[in-house]
Design a protein around this ligand. Structure first.
Ligand code: NAG
Ligand code: NAG
Ligand code: NAG
Ligand code: NAG
Ligand code: NAG
Length: 256
């Protein structure tokens, strides 16, 4: 009896470990040389301290279950994952000079087909109290099909995997100082039917900077920026495996 329940507990522990490994998100950031631990998904948020917003909330109605990413481009939690909540008193900011490099480290990532996008949004006052679905997001970087064709080419997500599951981006040097949300997003398109969005958010206090902010043509809401009919959102790469064009969804990149 004891052995059997111990084995059951072990099996459960192993299966939840497998789930975390199977899908996931950003586990940590290196920002201008400082290491920041991410939110520990699937653990209780109580007592956690991080620059990252909560993500990976199990069994949320929109997340369906722990293994399934967002498959609907208008999911209400698309901005900062499920549930995207602030950690309250545990919610930290990374203080970073405009123009600095940010590296996001994912867990061991199973997918290599699809684009990588990085967004930011200025918080109206304090990011800790911001509702991320109402922020005005702008894209600071994107990469899609880097070389080759749909089926056998090199995608940005493949580069991420090859580069120690990490992605390095530069905060635009001309952004005005202030509080910002930073959002990384992977869009996996290796399945023939449904896109898989993996958004992750962290809070920044930007110092230095300039006076050039993105104008309205660069600003979007999330959800709001994507629809299922976007060519880069719902496509079957295996239907036209030798195509070499890929249109990354969402707004144009703001260059600063
Ligand atoms: C996530 O979506 C659920 C509905 O599915 C909603 O109740 C919740 O407020 C959303 N969270 C955020 C942070 O938008
Ligand atoms: C943001 O608001 C929280 C909650 O009121 C507060 O604890 C924190 O000090 C504020 N942080 C900044 C950087 O304004
Ligand atoms: C491209 O990928 C497909 C599907 O994985 C494979 O069958 C095919 O042999 C590959 N073609 C080349 C030229 O590598
Ligand atoms: C690879 O990523 C891990 C974090 O997942 C980090 O601890 C390690 O330093 C990285 N290795 C290199 C060579 O950058
Ligand atoms: C690739 O080009 C075809 C033909 O012009 C077009 O129909 C399709 O939408 C494009 N696909 C992507 C993902 O941009």
């Amino acid at each position: 009896m004891f052995i059997s329940s111990a084995l059951t507990a072990l099996a459960l522990a192993l299966s939840s470990a497998t789930q975390v490994a199977a899908h996931g998100g950003v586990l940590a950031y290196s920002i201008a040389g400082t290491w920041y631990q991410g939110f520990k998904a699937y653990n209780t948020p109580v007592g956690q301290v991080s620059i990252q917003r909560e993500w990976g909330t199990p069994l949320s109605p929109c997340f369906e279950n722990q293994l399934i990413p967002f498959q609907i481009p208008t999911d209400p939690n698309l901005s900062c994952n499920s549930n995207g909540a602030s950690l309250g008193t545990g919610q930290l900011f990374a203080t970073v000079a405009a123009g600095s490099k940010v590296t996001a480290y994912w867990n061991t990532w199973p997918h290599t087909i699809g684009p990588v996008m990085v967004y930011m949004a200025k918080c109206p006052s304090n990011c800790t109290t911001a509702t991320t679905s109402t922020l005005e997001w702008f894209k600071i970087e994107q990469a899609g099909l880097i070389s080759g064709d749909y089926a056998n080419g090199t995608w940005a997500m493949g580069e991420l995997v090859a580069n120690n599951n990490s992605w390095t981006t530069t905060i635009p040097a001309t952004l005005p100082a202030g509080q910002y949300m930073l959002r990384h997003e992977l869009l996996a398109i290796h399945t023939s039917d449904q896109p898989q969005f993996y958004p992750e958010c962290a809070q920044l206090i930007l110092t230095g900077g300039g006076s050039s902010a993105p104008t309205s043509s660069y600003l979007v809401t999330l959800p709001g920026a994507y629809k299922a009919s976007d060519p880069g959102v719902t496509l079957d790469i295996y239907a036209t495996p030798t195509f070499t064009n890929y249109t990354i969804p969402g707004p144009p990149v703001w260059q600063g």
